[in-house]
Design a protein. Structure first.
Length: 454
């Protein structure tokens, strides 16, 4: 039976032929899973790597949040909740939890609650909550569980999930915590099998950008090496080959070169024999900066963090503002807030509302919305107010035209102004305005325009 091969190939140069065409022999080789120690070392000793972790975490909590009942803002309740949470240092604690979540693929916040229960291994007694005394952030490497610590009731919605966690303290001691006392952050999205291999923790941020960071560091190192060799000296010694052939010729040549280098660095003057020659060769490195810029752009692309934030570089180009880059950045921060931060923050606020010591009086249903990340500059605010003023001026001119055409009267225009909420009106003037439109004297009763049944 003849063997059949489908597809085109070139028998001369081997294009499309397995074993000869290099482009047909590529295979995907997955990167290895980074260890917690490797991630910790990168975070500690690499400034750019550290900023990749902390910048989005800090940005996610920086502007705070607002509680809403439907579309109405709950200003008083929001202030009361923030007052309690400031005592708990919520911004610092949640920023830290988000940082370790990105670094290690998970973290947790332990709520030290006063609920009348002595043991942390007992479920949180929400009906007896008096206060939450402090928040303790725990890194994923310090949290473990086992099959014996899972919910075992198949009828429970939590079936198969951990009911207890073993936590390693700062000095090595271990204690058990019930899951109801923890706010869990479970890292980036991973396939189920990958997550199972990581003890239910998620993806680490460095794993998807490790190669880009290494290329950038290598580019900086090679650029520094190129600068050190920017000017290369070339020495022609008469009879060099013959001198090297003698027993001590190599030492004489090395000593001669060292004397030349020393004289050049000390006096910038070189003494040469009549038949010797010395010159400097300059190396062009004009494209090195462009290559480094490309590596910076690659890191910015994979992290969704603008080069302005990550490297402190102003946007390039005559009319460039970097606004599009910041839109992508804030979209990424918004996803962190919505998917990772909001569920845990809402859980904490719900528990604060049940604490008898605070008296927050939160409604049964409310929503949590994060405040805008983009804060306009004074110039942008002034430009916005100017545009609003121009719009109002055009609306007023249009209303005056309708008034002159008798399409609207004064009371209707006042009703519109009051409805828009732009002005606080004295309604006692309505009769005076109407009498003026009807040609009546002040105080004279207006005629009855309603239909007569007689």
């Amino acid at each position: 039976m003849a063997e059949r091969f489908d597809g085109f190939f070139n028998a001369f140069i081997g294009h499309g032929t397995h074993g000869r065409d290099p482009f047909s022999n590529y295979i995907y080789t997955p990167s290895r899973m980074m260890t917690d120690w490797e991630c910790a070392d990168m975070f500690t000793y690499n400034g750019i790597a550290q900023k990749i972790i902390t910048a989005p975490a800090d940005e996610a909590v920086k502007e705070g949040f607002t509680l809403k009942d439907g579309e109405a803002e709950m200003e008083e309740q929001t202030k009361a909740v923030l007052s309690v949470m400031e005592d708990l240092e919520w911004e610092q604690r949640f920023s830290e939890a988000l940082s370790w979540d990105r670094l290690y693929g998970g973290s947790a916040v332990l709520m030290m609650a006063d609920d009348g229960t002595a043991e942390l291994s007992e479920p949180l007694n929400e009906s007896a909550l008096r206060s939450i005394e402090r928040l303790v952030v725990i890194e994923a490497p310090d949290i473990t569980t086992s099959d014996a610590m899972l919910y075992s009731d198949p009828r429970s919605q939590l079936y198969g999930r951990p009911e207890f966690y073993n936590v390693t303290g700062y000095y090595g001691g271990r204690f058990t915590v019930h899951e109801s006392r923890l706010l869990m952050f479970r890292g980036g999205v991973l396939p189920r099998e990958q997550r199972r291999q990581r003890a239910d923790w998620g993806a680490k941020v460095y794993e998807k950008m490790f190669n880009d960071l290494m290329r950038y560091d290598s580019a900086l190192s090679l650029a520094l090496m190129a600068l050190s060799r920017l000017s290369q000296g070339v020495m022609k010694l008469n009879g060099l080959a013959g001198k090297l052939a003698t027993d001590d010729g190599e030492q004489q040549v090395m000593k001669r070169l060292q004397l030349i280098d020393m004289a050049r660095h000390m006096m910038n003057t070189i003494a040469l024999d009549n038949e010797d020659d010395y010159r400097l060769e300059n190396m062009a490195i004009g494209g090195v900066t462009n290559i480094i810029d490309q590596f910076q752009t690659a890191i910015s692309a994979v992290t969704d963090i603008p080069v302005t934030v990550l490297f402190g570089i102003s946007p390039a180009g005559l009319n460039s503002t970097g606004k599009a880059d910041f839109e992508n950045y804030y979209n990424m921060i918004g996803r962190i807030q919505k998917r990772t931060l909001k569920p845990q923050l809402s859980r904490l606020i719900d528990l604060l509302g049940q604490c008898s010591d605070y008296g927050l009086n939160l409604p049964d249903k409310y929503t949590l919305e994060f405040n805008p990340l983009w804060q306009p500059t004074e110039k942008e605010q002034a430009d916005t107010e100017y545009v609003k003023a121009q719009t109002k001026e055009r609306e007023a001119a249009t209303a005056k035209t309708y008034y002159d055409m008798n399409a609207l009267d004064g009371s209707e225009m006042r009703d519109t102004l009051e409805k828009n909420g732009d002005y606080e009106l004295d309604r006692s003037l309505d009769d005076t305005i109407q009498n003026s439109r009807l040609g009546l004297e002040p105080g004279q009763p207006q005629p009855n325009t309603e239909g007569n049944d007689e």
